[in-house]
Design a protein around this ligand. Structure first.
Ligand code: ADP
Ligand code: MG
Length: 609
């Protein structure tokens, strides 16, 4: 069968993919699947395409061209060296580099390609893209929309009609599209966006933040020096990417400036919270576009079956959080967001060549992994608050770190209990392992503890707790996570039923055990708390406290049933939950116990119905 390559010709980055053994594969060279969409001339006048051209951009902008995609279809020229080129000629240089990459990796000539363009591209812009392909020596068998390609990557042939929302945040542009897919045909119902918004703007905000800080401290504006600025651009982009998986990053650049003949180093920490507050206003704009797209498609958020994330900048955790909140459902990012469009172009090429292709399967975490921390569940302070670290559907291998802190001054140890599941209350999730980090420094709270989870392709989970100030570290390895995940699906249902059949006495006994484990929250084993989280009273072993905990479990169970209950039952449940909360607030033990039992009975009845 002939090879038809799929190309994502992006504003910032481009990729080429092909179908191998029935799956789309992005072709990498030197381990890198991404080719920056940058063209330049080196000092000797030799043509550079990709990373080398990108690296010289900040220092030699006159010899470098980036974001040529913005000019496609316009009747303009750009200067490179002492020549002028039309936009499609510059794009052709990028396409030729991708064609050559494909030929080197595959070991045979390649002639045909599917190339993607933004949904909003006009006929003129599409024609210019086609021409660029031809200039690069390719037969362009089809031009398809980027969101269409993303949908094809996720599932070209869903069993039933599916509506998808594709949220694409790249380096310099943002697009949101609503698509319908059925039997291999994708239709774009609406598309909105902002052609001047993307990850580059995040870099700029972070650059200003760090440079302002340096200027306040040393009185020197790093943005004024071409060399310093160029180094800073690279450093902040790197830091931004690390903040997608780490709660805090250290940015260091040696000899970045000079003052009175003394070299100055940059050495500054940026937390994810600080970074998020810089970019949140930009992300708010994307949500406005999303509303407009839904309105144009005449759809409500609930009518969307799947939310698909595309574009490198969607790796930012805040994007996931904002969209999950806004659309009320988990988002899909299990296919590398910056590779999904190229993969979809390859799928389209495969379909044109007559291949039968199903959904792309990737190794992902089927459940969220996280630890127990002090926090609030349904407005109640509890030590059983689930703090997620690796979100479900994250592609493997995955590494994520979050920061927690101790509660007591002089606390010597902290209990790390790792759970899998989707419930806010850890007692409704499955415990996968626990350990304590001991020998913490005798300092006042909060003492920061970093908890890192590494989950590899073989399902081995490594959990590391590190005292941030000293580097003191404790690690455990938990094997067979994949087995556990599978086991969980099977036992979930059984456990739920068993828990409901247990009478209230049994239930309290169960609770007692849990409490004994957690009860050594003396100084030795207090659990870690997320930054800024609420504190709980120390004494968790009184009867009242236990009754409150039991009440919370029932409230959590009830809340998860509310959506599926009939109107009347839901109303009754709401009433009981309110009464129970009031009882808890007033602290009357008998009332708490009585209403807890009533709520438990109702849950039992609902599950039985
Ligand atoms: P485009 O479609 O515009 O060509 P991409 O989809 O490749 O671009 O997205 C590039 C953008 O994604 C850049 O701004 C880059 O810094 C950003 N990016 C890449 N990886 C990450 C990451 N791990 N976290 C946050 N942003 C990232
Ligand atoms: Mg893109």
């Amino acid at each position: 069968m002939e090879t038809i390559i799929g190309i994502d010709l992006g504003t910032t980055n481009s990729e080429v993919a092909v179908i191998q053994s029935g799956r789309p594969v992005v072709l990498a060279e030197d381990g890198d699947p991404i080719l920056p969409s940058v063209v330049g001339l080196d000092p000797q006048g030799k043509l550079l395409v990709g990373r080398a051209a990108r690296n010289q951009y900040a220092l030699s902008p006159e010899r470098t061209i980036k974001s040529i995609k913005r000019k496609m279809g316009q009747d303009v020229t750009v200067a490179l060296g002492n020549q002028n080129y039309r936009p499609q000629e510059i794009s052709a240089m990028i396409l030729r580099a991708l064609k050559q990459r494909a030929e080197r990796v595959l070991g045979h000539p390649v002639k045909k390609a599917v190339i993607t363009v933004p949904a909003f591209f006009t006929e003129g812009q599409r024609a210019a893209t086609r021409e660029a392909g031809e200039l690069a020596g390719l037969e362009v068998v089809r031009i398809i929309n980027e969101p269409t390609a993303a949908v094809l990557t996720y599932d070209p042939n869903p069993p039933e009609m599916e509506r998808l929302l594709v949220y694409d945040l790249g380096g310099g542009t943002f697009d949101v599209s609503i698509a319908v897919v059925e039997a291999g045909v994708v239709e774009i119902l609406a598309s909105h966006g902002d052609t001047q918004l993307g990850g580059d703007d995040f870099d700029q905000r972070l650059l200003d933040f760090v440079c302002d800080r340096f200027q306040t401290e040393h009185g020197i504006d790093l943005r004024q020096s071409l060399v310093a600025r160029s180094r800073m651009i690279g450093a902040v982009e790197e830091a931004k990417k690390r903040l997608s998986t780490e709660p805090v990053v250290l940015i260091t650049e040696e000899f970045i400036a000079e003052k009175g003949g003394v070299p100055l180093n940059l050495n500054t920490e940026v937390t994810r919270d600080e970074y998020e507050s810089l970019i949140e206003p930009l992300l708010a704009k994307t949500l406005k576009c999303l509303d407009d797209a839904l309105e144009d498609a005449n759809l409500q958020a609930q009518q969307i079956h799947k939310v698909v994330l595309v574009g490198g900048a969607t790796r930012t955790p805040l994007v996931h959080r904002l969209l999950t909140t806004r659309l009320g459902r988990p988002v899909h990012a299990e296919i590398e967001p910056d590779l999904a469009v190229a993969m979809g172009a390859a799928v389209q090429g495969g379909l044109i060549a007559g291949m039968e292709l199903g959904p792309v399967l990737v190794d992902i975490t089927p459940h969220t992994l996280g630890i127990a921390a002090l926090g609030e569940v349904d407005g109640f302070p509890t030590p059983h608050c689930f703090s997620p670290i690796i979100e479900r559907n994250t592609p493997l291998p995955a590494t994520r770190t979050e920061m927690y802190s101790t509660t007591h001054d002089g606390q010597k140890g902290a209990e790390i209990r790792v759970f899998q599941g989707e419930e806010e209350d850890t007692r409704l999730n499955a415990l996968v392992g626990e350990f304590a980090i001991q020998g913490l420094s005798a300092v006042a709270a909060p003492n920061q503890i970093l908890v890192r989870l590494d989950l590899d392709l073989n399902g081995i989970l490594r959990v590391t707790a590190t005292e941030r100030a000293t580097g003191l570290e404790k690690q455990v390895v938990i094997d067979n996570m994949m087995e556990r995940f599978r086991h969980r699906e099977r036992t979930d249902a059984i456990e739920r039923i068993e828990a409901l059949f247990a009478d209230s006495d049994d239930f309290e006994e169960e609770e007692d055990e849990e409490f004994d484990e957690g009860a050594d929250t003396s100084d030795e084993g207090s659990e870690a708390v997320p930054e800024g989280a609420a504190q709980v009273p120390d004494d968790s072993s009184t009867e009242l406290q236990r009754a409150v905990e039991a009440a919370e479990v029932q409230i959590a169970k009830a809340s998860s049933l509310e959506a599926s209950a009939s109107k009347e039952d839901a109303a009754e449940m709401k009433g009981l939950i309110q009464d129970l909360r009031a009882a808890v607030a007033s602290g009357v033990l008998a009332d708490i116990r009585r209403i807890t039992t009533e709520l438990e009975d109702l849950i039992f009845y609902l599950n039985d119905a």
